[in-house]
Ligand binder design. Sequence first.
Ligand SMILES: [Zn+2]
Length: 352
Amino acid sequence: MNIEEILQKYGLPHSMAVRHNDPSGWMTPFAVEAQGICSVSQASFVFLESRKMQAVAVQDPVNLVAVYAGMFWILCRLASSVAAGGIFPALQGVSEPTWKPDLERSLRTPRDLLDEGKPFDWELEKIGWSEAGERQILFHVVLSLCFRFVVLHEVGHIENDHCRRRLRTRNNLLLVDRPSPRLIQPSEAYESQARELIADGFAFQQLIRIFDNQLTQSRDLEYSRIVREHLVADAPSLIRFTLCIIFLYFRLSDRSDWHTTPLNRLSHPPAPFRMKALFALLVEAKPFGINEEQAGEIISETIVVGDALASVVFDVYPQPDWLKRISTPDHDCHFNKIYEQFGNWSGRLPTV
Ligand SMILES: [Zn+2]
C-alpha cells in the first residue's frame, strides 16, 4: 500500500505536493526536516491538503506521520506574532512590546485570534519585523520548536507502538490528534490520555536534545551564536525557553471547551493538563543533568514567563489561572489513574 492508499483507507485528506514557491515561504525546508526526523523512526512524513489544525500517526503497515497544512500555517503565524511582538528584546529589530488587550479579544480563543484555517502568507505577514535579521532568527527558532514538537509527538505514538498496541482492542491503526477532543467511555479515556502524555513526553525530550545538538554542532555559525547568546545560554535556559514555546503552543491549541466535560470522557487531556504533565516529567527526568532545585526554578519561571508571552502574542489579558484551574485534588487523582496506564503504552512491541 502506498501513502496515498493509506490516506484514502482512513478517510484522510490527500497528501500535499509541497511547492518551492509555496506562499507560506517555509514549507519546503520544514518538510525536508520533518522527513529527516521521521526517518530515524522508520516513518514517512507528508503534509496534508487541509486547513484543519491537526496531525496524525498511522502504522498500517508502514509508519506515517502527517501534518495538516492548517497546522503548519497557524504555527507560522504564531512564530510571526512572537517575532513581531517586541518580546525577547535581546534580539534586535523591534522596539517596545505592543500590548493592547481588551475584553473582547480576551474572551476569544487564541486559535481564533490567529485566524485558524487561513493560509500563512510570508510576503504579507513578515512586514514590519523581517527587515531585522535577528527577528527572522527568532521566527525560525519558534517555528522550528513548535513544528518539531508536533511532528515528534506523532513520532512518539509510533516509537511506543500506540497504533499497534491499540490494535489488540480495536481494528484501527490510526491515531488522530484533533483540535477538539472527542468524547469516549471512561474505560478508554485513561489509556487514550496516557498515550497522549507519553507522546508529549517523548516529543519534549527529543525536542531539547535536537535543539541542543543543532546549536552545538553548528556553534561557529552566526545563527547559533546569536541564539546561544540571547536566548539559550545554558542548559536550564534552553529547557526553559523550549517549555515557554510549548506553553504558547498549548495555549494556542486550547479551545477551552472542556471545562464542563468530565475529565474521564476526553480522548485528549486538556491543554493545561498536558503542560503540567511535562513539568512532572522535567522533575523526574532532569535532562542535561539539572538538579531538582533547577527543575523547580524552570517550572516557576515558565509559568510566569509563558503567561506573559501569551498575553503579548495574543494581545489578551493574563490568565494566571490557566494552570491553577487543573491543580485540584480531583485532577491529581485523575493524573494518577492515567499514570497507572503508562506501563501498558510505553516502548516498542516485538516485531513479528
Ligand atoms: Zn497524540
